[in-house]
Design a protein around this ligand. Structure first.
Ligand code: HEC
Length: 212
């Protein structure tokens, strides 16, 4: 039985040492939180794998509806243009200066649909990703809008810049898309177009894009 006492004592002392060291690192300010300071490869691997596995698990029970009708894609395109393109770059275009300076940098979504299922993309758009800068759009948008954006992201692998411009133009002519619906903002603030307060962040990015 003495062996167990030794084992228990060693584990307890080790835990205390690890805890004290961790607290020391946290309180000393030694960890550099700068967005310009890259993660160690092992930290990056751990974070990316955690996100990847978590999204797969959280989205496992979501059944994607039929996606890809023209009206849905046009609605998705206008919403993407207003809410997402500053960070994720429009097809054939560049991210905003703000997005290029973020860490993690928002990925271009050209190949997202080849790596993720529609349910996973929907889940990410709806719930966002903690401590990454990816917002949770489910707080301000209903599932119908979120599936429309998912349908649009699913088409990105085959979409040219010209296709994208054409979609936005068609949507505009038909009056489809952002600013034409009423349920966007739960706070009750009106949503009269591109410059509503609820999306100020996305627009800061767009402004930076325009000037940079
Ligand atoms: C403020 C910047 C920002 C905005 C705006 C934004 N995103 Fe993101 N998004 C991110 C970041 C950062 C990540 C990467 C998160 C991570 O590290 O896993 C991300 C990840 C994603 C992913 C997962 C990509 C992949 O391959 O794993 C999808 C899909 C996505 N965003 C869709 C959208 C859509 C659709 C919109 C608009 C409704 C949007 N995002 C708006 C910053 C943003």
């Amino acid at each position: 039985m003495r062996i167990w006492k030794t084992v228990t004592a060693t584990v307890a002392v080790s835990l205390v040492v690890v805890g004290v060291t961790a607290a020391g690192v946290i309180y000393s300010g030694a960890y550099n939180v700068a967005a310009t300071s890259e993660h160690w490869p092992i930290t990056r691997w751990a974070l990316q794998t955690t996100v990847h596995r978590s999204v797969a698990r959280q989205a496992a029970d979501i059944d994607a509806p039929q996606l890809g009708s023209e009206a849905q894609l046009l609605a998705g395109a206008t919403n993407f243009d207003t809410m997402c393109s500053g960070c994720h770059a429009p097809p054939g275009g560049r991210q905003s200066v703000a997005a290029r300076s973020m860490y993690p940098r928002p990925p271009e979504l050209t190949h997202a649909a080849e790596e993720k299922s529609a349910s996973e993309i929907f889940w990410v758009i709806k719930h966002g990703i903690k401590a990454s800068g990816m917002p949770a759009w489910g707080a301000s948008h209903g599932d119908e809008d979120l599936w429309a954006m998912t349908a649009f992201v699913e088409q990105l692998p085959d979409m040219s810049a010209a296709d994208y411009r054409q979609m936005l133009q068609t949507a505009k002519v038909r009056g489809i898309g952002h600013g034409t619906r009423e349920h966007h903002d739960e706070s009750g603030a009106s949503h009269g177009g591109k410059h509503s307060a609820g999306e100020a962040d996305a627009h800061q990015g767009e402004d930076a894009h325009t000037h940079g």
